[in-house]
Design a protein around this ligand. Structure first.
Ligand SMILES: Cc1ncc(C[n+]2csc(CCOP(=O)(O)OP(=O)(O)O)c2C)c(N)n1
Ligand code: SF4
Length: 283
């Protein structure tokens, strides 16, 4: 059985008070409570403050390009669908640069767990607006306020029939830990949008701002009802629901691909002569 100390990575370079610390704490506790060892999973990230997340853990990691977290995670899963693959991304990384990949990973139902550190700002590059920044928010690059409407990742996910959709809050690590555990246990693509205060560049969506608005989804709510999930997805502003918003049991991608369905690619014999012949065609 693993203990918290097993997951200790580098010392985080995040600002004191950053919401990412709550995510790191909840994540480590979730892994220990799930009985997972650091070698049993891989974390893939892109670029950003959220992209540094795997550096602060001990486990298998791959740090890719900005916005390209999900293609790498998809490749890993297709190569070895016996490995638990976790993708972490910032809201800019996932919904901006990586927006197209976000849509197609959900559509394919690749069995990857995606945790989005949604601070509604570009943190690492010092405060430009991101897709989830509030309309009208003044940033260093938007001195007259953000002109675009805020993107709604939960509604996009419900529209895409995403297999598991949840929202949690970095300031409530107990709630977040339970949601992370549920997302990992779920079979299929899991999205957890984590509201994460950026105490340095986002002076609007603070811990206090969230605490005044967040409420936990009622126990009697049925997360398998897609229409009700749409209604929850549209709740934002004065009342922001956190918890499991939607889940379904769609077939996952690797079960649909005959060549890897029964045997992961990494365990299949390789005939190198085929590769040699392909190479000869080019040289
Ligand atoms: C293709 C590309 N565009 C832009 C950048 C510059 N860049 C690095 S981090 C970043 C913003 C990251 O913001 P977000 O994904 O929201 O993560 P956060 O830092 O807030 O966790 C940008 C624009 C880059 N590295 N690569
Ligand atoms: S800039 Fe914001 S997101 Fe980045 S470490 Fe500081 S508080 Fe966290």
């Amino acid at each position: 059985m693993s203990v918290l100390e097993d997951y200790k990575g580098q010392i985080p370079a995040w600002c004191p008070g950053c919401g990412n610390f709550g995510i790191l704490k909840a994540f480590k506790e979730a892994m220990v409570e799930l009985g997972l060892e650091p070698h049993q999973f891989t974390i893939v990230s892109g670029i950003g403050q959220a992209g540094k997340f795997p550096h602060y853990l001990k486990c298998n990691t791959f740090n890719g390009l900005h916005g390209r977290t999900l293609p790498v995670a998809t490749g890993m899963r297709l190569a070895n669908h016996e490995m638990l693959v976790i993708a972490v991304a910032g809201d800019g990384d996932c919904y901006g640069e990586g927006g197209n990949h976000f849509i197609h990973a959900m559509r394919r139902n690749i069995n990857v767990k995606l945790f989005v550190h949604d601070n509604q700002i570009y943190g690492l590059t010092k405060g430009q607006a991101s897709p989830t920044s509030l309309e009208g928010m003044i940033t260093k690059n938007q001195p007259f306020g953000v002109f675009s409407e805020q993107l709604n990742p939960i509604a996009i996910a419900v529209a895409n029939d995403c297999s598991f959709i949840a929202r949690s809050f970095a300031g409530d690590t107990l709630h977040l830990k339970e949601i992370i555990k549920e997302a990992i246990k779920h079979k299929g693509f899991s999205l957890v949008d984590i509201l994460q205060p950026c105490v340095t560049f986002n002076k609007i969506n603070t811990y206090e701002w969230y605490n005044q608005r967040i409420y936990k989804i009622e126990p009697e709510y049925n997360p398998e009802n897609r229409i009700e999930a749409f209604k929850k997805a549209l709740e934002w502003g004065e009342h922001i629901p956190i918890g499991i918003i939607y889940k379904n049991r769609r077939p996952i991608l690797e079960e649909r691909i005959p060549i890897i369905k029964d045997n992961p690619l990494v365990k299949q014999p390789v005939d190198l002569s085929v590769l040699d012949n392909i190479m000869k065609e080019f040289f």
